[in-house]
Structures are given as structure tokens and as C-alpha cells.
Design a protein. Sequence first.
Length: 404
Amino acid sequence: MLNQTFFSNHRLKLRNLLPTESFMVITANALLQKKSDEAYPFSQDSNFWYLTGLDIPEAWLIMDKHDTWLVLAARSNCQDLFEGQYNFDQISQISGINHILNYQQGLELLKDLGHKFKKIGLMEVNRSYDQQSGFWLNPANFNLQKIIASLQLSVNKFQLDNLLASLRQIKSQKEVTMIEKAINITEEAFLKINQNLQDYKNENQLQADINDVFYRQASHHAFNPIIAGGSRSILPHYTTNNKIIKQNDLVIVDIGAEYYHYAADLSRTFSIGSIKGFKKNIYQTVLEIHDQAIDMLKPGLSYVDLEQKVFDLIFQALIRLKILTNNDKSLVKNYYPHSVSHFLGLDVHDVGDYNQTLKPGMVITIEPGLYLEKNGFGVRIEDDVLITANACRLLSHYPYNLGQ
Ligand SMILES: [Mn+2]
């Protein structure tokens, strides 16, 4: 599906953005321990994959304005025996990189380039723990910076982060095709849920059906699936997915398959049994705001304006529904604590600058939601959208009929 040109084109684009007299290094992610001698399934750094197509832990990509090298980490005999050795032909074939070095050669190259050039491009590292998300970051980048520091090169650092984000935020036709494949698989899972909807007694039964669809297509979850039934649906990031579902519960299913590392991110709110009265009102309100948000999308609209306009629509709806009884906009976050949109791509919350206008080739989500703690339920509807030359194109097509 993807050949080496896909990746070498990305390298060419990045190379054109590098300053003169510079070189750059970017590292693959490291494996992380799960328990004992067991690692978590490997998840590659998205920037490294974007530039190489390789799922190898702890490799480095080194580039200057003319040449490209791949440096492979040393492996133990045990790894070679149990997991197989590096396949150099395959690595070159996937990535289009022919200069493959071992770790020692890589260090020598970095020293040479450090003498030759004045600037080194690296990914920013300013922390090892992400306070907001509450987790530790992959240590590979931090390690690379330590190694670079130990070489004592007399070069100035510049950051690659924004350069890569500026490229990744605009998707090529091939990238859009990958995202659409991921969406197709995700929608197939919605279809299966719809077929079995009235039989579900527990959230984990939905997850089993979703896994079945994803794994049979050699896909997997791009992010931890959210299957939030009943009162759990008020939590936008609920991922426990093992609680009992009762008749008349709403279930928010927020899932995304991954295809060649590209993510889908879709949410549908299903109803176990028919939906009536206030719940239906809320559902219709979210759906209307979803439709209005999509109607706004076109190149030139600023991301900040989009968020503000949708926020205002939600504020007005809360007044109309008499959920809010005064004009205090600061209360909206109690019912709608997240944004309406984010970039989508190799990362589910993809890189990109939110202080700019929408541009053709951007792929974003539209996901209004309302979460009513007092009433014990929430509704979210999420689609994936490509910004086109004149307006936008919905990439997802699964219907909004609550799955009945
Ligand atoms: Mn999303």
C-alpha cells in the first residue's frame, strides 16, 4: 500500500526546511517494561515513522541537507534468537535508506557532522513526565539528548518539532486514503454493535465485538477505546469498559482503528432500547450542533473561531433547554469540558498549530458533546473531516440514528 517514496518524500520536505549548515537526529521510541521480562506492545514515535516507515525500537534517523543515515541499536543474542535478527534488505526496502550504521558508527558520524556543521536539529525535550496527562514520556528522546550532550559538539540546537508539525498537519492524498481505511474498519465495528445492540449486558461485550472487527483486519485500537454506558457516559475519557448496561441506557462508543499507523476517531451514542423525552432532546441538540459545526468548515476559518462558535451554540442550547438558568458562560464547562475539534493523523490528537486558519488537506474531528451529571447520562457524536479547497468533505459516513 505504501512504498518507500511515501517516506522519502517526507524526508525531502523536511530536508528543505532545514537551515543551511545543519544536520538533524531523531530517535525511534524505546520499548517499555510491562512486567518481569515482558514489554508493552511496541508503539513507534510518529515523527520517526513518518520519515522512515520503520517500527524498530531505538533506531536513529540522521540527515543533513544531502545525505540520510539510519543507526540501529545493538541487540542482544537473546533478542536475535527469540525475535529474529535485523533484516537490512527489508529495512532499506521499506524506508528507502541505504546507509545503515551500527551504534558505534552512528556516534562517529555524529561527531563528524558536529565538526562539519554549525547547527543540530533535535526534538524538544523539557520534561520526562507529562503533568496534564499524568504519565511518563518515552525515554528514548531524553536518552538521545544525553548522548548528544556527552559528545560535546560545538553546535547550536534548533527544534524539529514545529517543522515536522507544519508538514504533518497537511495530509497528502495517500495519507487521507489511510485515514479513510481506518475509518472504514471503525464503521464496520459500529455496524456490528448495531446488530447486537439489544443483547449487550456489559460494556466489555461491545469491546469484544469491536476487537473482533479490528483484529480480523490486522488492525488494532489507535487509542484506548471508550465504551461508556449509563452514568459512565458523563466521563469523556472513561476507559474501564467493564460495567453492566441496563435497558434504556445510552452508551457512548468512542473508538478508532489504526491503518498503517493512521488513526480514525469516531464517536456514536447508542441507545439500548428506544430513546424518548429529555434524553432524545439532548441527543437531537448535540446532533444539530454537530451539523452546524460541519457546515462552518472551510479554508480561512480560524480554529479559535470554530471553537468559540461551537461553544456559543452549546451555551445557547443549555439556556434553551433550561439546564443553565443564567448567563454565566463559565458554567458551560460543567456540561461540555472539552474542545469540539482536534487534528487527526498518525496521532489521534495529531500535531498542528491551533492558532491558525483551516487549510486544505487538514484532517480534523468534529465532536460536540453534552454531559449531564445530574441526569446521569452524556451524548457525544464525532466525525472525521477533510478540509478541501472550498469547504470540507466528511470522511466518516456511519448514520446518526442511535443505532436502531
Ligand atoms: Mn476525538
